[in-house]
Structure formats: C-alpha cells, structure tokens
Design a protein around this ligand. Structure first.
Ligand code: BGC
Ligand code: CA
Length: 404
C-alpha cells in the first residue's frame, strides 16, 4: 500500500516537473504561423478598382509590411522622361505625318494593379491627356500638349490597351506584340511615340514585324534586356524601380523581425542605418507608416545614363552576415512575368545568402490565385513568409491559411 502511494507520488512529481519544464520551454519557442512575419512585395494589397490600400490585410499582425517602390513618384518620373525627350526632339522629325500632333499609343499592363494605374496617370498627366481615369480607351483621355523642340504641339493618345494575354495573364508581352502590329496597320504614321508601362511589353512592341522603325518607345523596370536595348539605340528610355533595393529590403525586414527587432528598428536597421552585422542598403528608401509600406525610389534611364544600370551593379553595402539561418517561403504570382523572373528573382537569390536566409520560391501562373495558393503550404517549416499574389485583393486568402 505504502509502496504504491510512494510510486504514485513519484510519478506525479516527475510528471509535474516534466510538464512545467516542457511547458515553459514550449511557451518560449512555439510561434504560431499566424504570428510569423508576412511581407507583401511588388503587388500591394489594394482594391483593383479604386487602388485603395487594403489596411485590414496590412494590419494582419504587427509583423506585416509591404515592400515596393514609390508607384506615384514612378509614374511622374516616367512622364518626365517622355516630356524631356520631346523637349529636345525636332518637331519635323518626330511628327511623322506633319499634322502638328504628337500621337502616341499606350500599353497599360494590368488595370487592377496600382503600379500600372500610377504609370498611366503619370504619363497622361505629363502629356495633358489625363481626365481622371486610368482605364484604357481614347474616351478616357483628352487632347493634351507638350513643348517639342521649343514649339508647343498638341498631344493625342491614339489608343491604349490593358495587355491581357489569351491565357488571362496580365502585363503580357505577346499581347503587346499583337496590339502593336494592329496599331501600326490601323494608325500608320499617326503614331509618333509608343509608351509602355513595363519593359516586357515595350520589348514585345518592338517584336512586331511592322514596328515603325525609329519611332521612340519607352518602357519601365530597367530589365537587363531593356538596358541593352537602350545602349543599342532601340529603346528610348525606361525607369528603374531599383529592384536591388526592393529585393534586399524584403529580406532585410524579415531578418530584422526574426532577429527580434521592434518599433522603428524593423524598418531602419540595414535600410537607412547599418544593422548589427554592418549591412545597409545604399539607395534611399522611404517608409510610409500609415500603409506600413517601405518604398524604393525610381530613376529615369535613357541614352545618357544607361551604362550605370548594366548588370553587376549589385549593392556593395550588403555583405555576408553571421546571422542565424532562417527559412522563408516566398510566392511569385506568375513564373512568366518578365520583371519578376529576369530582375527580381535574380536579385533575391543574390541577397538571400548574404543575409543568411534560406529562400523557398514557389511560382504561380499569373491567372489563378490557386496556382500560388496551392504551393503556399507547409508553414511549420518556415520562419516567415513573403507574398506576391496574383490579384491585389487576394491577401486575405493567404493570411487565412496561416491561421491553421
Ligand atoms: C513591374 C511589371 C511587373 C509587375 C508585376 C511591376 O512593378 O513594373 O513589369 O509585371 O510589377 O507585378
Ligand atoms: Ca503626327
């Protein structure tokens, strides 16, 4: 009798101490998936119609941020690039049919993406064709004006197109090739200028067999092939959204959060000030607290400065760290997206090992959210998540999954 009581007591004591030890250890180390850092990048959680930022998604947890670039500022840079070009152009050369009007066509990209909207607005505002709408179609523009080589000339948007592919993907370069072919046939020498909201579509336009030789054409992104095309005199200009700064910042914010930084340090360490490992992004970054958005700046690129944007210009401010290794799951909305595949992913793959981040990149098809969501899984194996969704209003679908 006594023996069994002692035995029971012993078991109870051992159990309690095991439980207490295990319990407190577990409390210290178990982080639920819903508490892990979530960084949205390149596609900002927002309303596809109004462009309004989805703050419900952005306030998911205190470790949720957006990393991108100054979209509105970028639209203005793009507009200025075009206006500056016109200012020094010869009216007799650029006005191909001599009707006194600068006619241009516009490749929009993705009407539901606020980057795309900002660029359409920037271009239309700069050329005076803006009537308050970022939608495609002549009916959404008015006659504008610009100074061309000292003379004020009328400017008309002859046509614009979203550039959705036959498969439903947006920012589609093949759609741009087709559209350009159609425009060149239908509008002929009314076209004095081609403006595209990304380089992929601009390069697509140049693929049209009837592209009117010598007509100036502008892109956006500063992808390697576009920079090369500027050097070769084929592309007139593009805008750099500083992919190196964005890719590093996406990883750096994750690094900071996983290193336990809080408050301002999350968005300043390694970004505007050196972090504990001595790293710091060289370019300027801006933080908008009201939308939890960390933004890189844009610069115009043309024949005068393209050489500064050639490959190999990685940020020397980021060097190898001895930080603890962390695992991050990162989604890409469309494996076929020109900018993400040729500029963003190579930058991520360059900086991730330097910050000691083990990246798992999964990619979607650019049409169905499920193509990304189905690969957004296995959360317990990761310390943080970086999300680039197919539709800008799908953020909640990703976050909901982290709850279980
Ligand atoms: C880029 C586009 C790209 C898009 C993808 C934009 O910021 O300029 O080229 O297709 O992001 O979300
Ligand atoms: Ca003309």
């Amino acid at each position: 009798m006594k023996k069994s009581i002692v035995a029971i007591l012993l078991v109870a004591v051992v159990c309690t101490s095991l439980f207490a030890g295990g319990g407190s250890e577990a409390a210290a180390s178990v982080v639920t998936n819903a508490q892990k850092p979530v960084i949205f990048f390149n596609r900002q959680p927002s309303d596809p119609v109004s462009g309004a930022i989805d703050m419900e998604v952005m306030n998911w947890n205190d470790k949720t941020y957006y990393v991108g670039f100054d979209a509105a500022g970028g639209g203005a840079v793009q507009g200025k690039l075009v206006v500056d070009y016109l200012a020094s152009a010869d009216p007799a050369v650029i006005d191909r049919n001599g009707d006194g009007i600068i006619g241009y066509v516009l490749c929009i990209g993705d009407v539901g993406h606020n980057d795309s909207k900002a660029r359409t607005q920037g271009v239309r505002e700069a050329l005076g064709t803006w009537v308050g709408s970022t939608d495609p179609g002549v009916e959404n523009t008015k006659e504008g004006s610009a100074v061309v080589g000292g003379t004020t000339m009328k400017v008309v948007e002859l046509d614009s197109r979203a550039m959705t592919g036959t498969d439903g993907t947006t920012w589609n370069a093949n759609a741009a090739t087709d559209a350009m072919g159609g425009w060149a046939t239908r509008l002929g020498d009314q076209i004095d200028m081609v403006i595209s909201n990304n380089d992929g579509m601009a390069m697509g336009c140049l693929q049209a067999s009837n592209y009117p030789a010598g007509v100036p054409i502008f892109g956006y992104d500063a992808n390697a092939d576009a920079i090369e095309a500027i050097g070769a005199g084929v592309l007139t200009g593009t805008v750099s959204q500083n992919v190196d700064a964005q890719a590093t910042a996406t990883l750096q914010v994750i690094r900071n959060l996983l290193d336990g930084l809080t408050g301002d340090a999350v968005i300043t360490a390694g970004i505007t000030e050196p972090d504990q490992y001595g790293n710091k992004i060289s370019a300027d970054m801006e933080y908008l607290a009201d939308t939890k958005a960390l933004l890189a700046q844009n610069t115009g690129v043309n024949a005068s400065n393209w050489e500064q944007y050639t490959e190999g210009s990685r940020d020397k401010g980021i060097q190898q760290t001895d930080a603890a290794k962390k695992r991050v799951l990162l989604t890409i909305y469309n494996s076929g997206d020109n900018f993400l595949s040729s500029s963003y992913i190579p930058a991520l793959n360059y900086y991730a090992p330097l910050l000691n981040i083990d990246l798992t990149i999964v990619q979607g098809d650019g049409q169905n959210e499920s193509s990304c969501l189905d690969k957004f899984t296995n959360f317990n194996s990761f310390d943080a998540f970086a999300i680039n969704m197919v539709r800008t209003n799908s953020g909640r679908d990703y976050l909901d999954r982290l709850q279980y």
